[in-house]
Design a protein around this ligand. Structure first.
Ligand code: 5AD
Ligand code: SF4
Length: 344
């Protein structure tokens, strides 16, 4: 174990066998050490800034049926909504005036926002609000669509791989294929987006081998961002009889990911904050450096129910978040906050 940790800390890489050994034999003291090293590495690269993103959930319509997700197409108990261009521009404009410059636009896979409609929205936002970064999180699209959104001004794209094990992926995502997921991620990279991948912790039937596959997948893909969150059971989904993923495991994988991808932007995800009221502090102490705050209009927020009781801190409660960060010796940063290798 000592040898493996030394290699991880010095080279930021472990092969398949070493990762397997680490995951299967790790003890409490080692986990503490790994988290400490991850936190230090983050500080070395990104200093004491925690990058705040303003998240707008603009539609909860979805054509997909992911087994864990409350917004899945077959869930008839969802009150579906869609924001139009004016509503999107208004919401982002308010947060822009407040000082935010990094926006994440998230939705289910909603084909209402065609290539032209969404490109027009992105173009308008970039024109109106100088200096902002737009991150899309809208799921799988054709190369041509990703290309159009990039041309219109989108800067980044989040598309978690969810699990890198093909069999598990295809069981949990009816009608979808892992190959297509990877195609999307590669297209996004080749188009020049800053790309975010990531996985769920605690999916049914996850072996340590599958977690190794997740980590190796990330190391190979070299995404700019990685979202890691525990599964949270939603009662209106086929996974209703399973249990939540572990927050402890989530912090462990966050730390390992920081060590494998030192420069990655790593959010302390909403899911981890939902299950752990000290998620923010513990996430930062595991190498996390990004936090998303919610800017969705109040009336639509509760309709965006990936899982129940989602913790949604508002962008307008920045003071409270900033104070918690200050107590840890960090600063809430609301600028664009690009990946360190990125220059525009
Ligand atoms: N629990 C935790 N995360 C979830 N997501 C979807 N449903 C759930 C759930 N029940 C995550 C997926 C998706 C992201 C937008 O939300 O990983 O990529
Ligand atoms: Fe749709 Fe995303 Fe939920 Fe899957 S995880 S059902 S793509 S909103």
């Amino acid at each position: 174990m000592r040898e493996i940790l030394k290699k991880l800390y010095e080279t930021n890489n472990l092969d398949l066998n070493e990762l397997t050994f680490l995951i299967e034999n790790v003890d409490e003291a080692t986990i503490t050490d790994i988290k400490e090293k991850a936190k230090e590495l983050n500080q070395k690269i990104y200093g004491n800034k925690i990058y705040i993103r303003a998240l707008l959930e603009f539609s909860n319509y979805c054509r997909k049926n992911c087994m864990y997700c409350g917004l899945r197409k077959d869930n008839e108990n969802v009150d579906r909504f869609r924001l139009d261009k004016n509503q999107i521009v208004d919401s982002i404009g308010k947060a822009y005036d407040f000082g935010y410059r990094s926006f994440v636009m998230q939705s289910g896979e909603d084909e209402y926002y065609t290539k032209d409609i969404l490109s027009d929205i992105i173009f308008t936002l970039k024109e109106k609000f100088e200096g902002i970064a737009i991150t899309l999180s809208i799921g799988e699209r054709k190369f041509e669509e990703y290309e159009a959104f990039k041309k219109a001004g989108a800067d980044r794209f989040l598309l978690r791989h969810e699990t890198a094990n093909e069999k598990q992926y295809e069981k949990l995502h009816p009608g979808m294929s892992f190959e297509e997921r990877v195609r999307c991620l590669h297209d996004l990279k080749s188009l020049g987006y800053q790309v975010g991948a990531g996985f769920l912790v605690g999916l049914p039937k996850t072996s340590s081998q599958i977690m190794v596959e997740n980590l190796r997948f990330l190391k190979e893909l070299q995404p700019h961002m990685v979202g890691i969150g525990p599964l949270i059971i939603h009662n209106d989904t086929p996974l209703k009889n399973f249990s939540n993923g572990s927050v402890e495991d989530t912090f462990f994988y966050l730390a390992i990911t920081r060590l494998l991808l030192p420069k990655a932007m790593l959010p302390v995800t909403t899911a981890v904050n939902t299950l752990d009221k000290n998620g923010l502090e513990r996430g930062i102490h595991s190498g996390g450096n990004v936090l998303m705050l919610n800017l969705s209009p109040q009336e639509v927020k509760q309709k965006y129910e990936l899982y129940k009781n989602r913790e949604t801190k508002s962008v307008y409660d920045l003071d409270k978040v900033a104070e918690r960060l200050e107590n840890l010796g960090y600063e809430a940063y609301i600028g664009r906050g690009d990946h360190i290798d990125w220059s525009i």
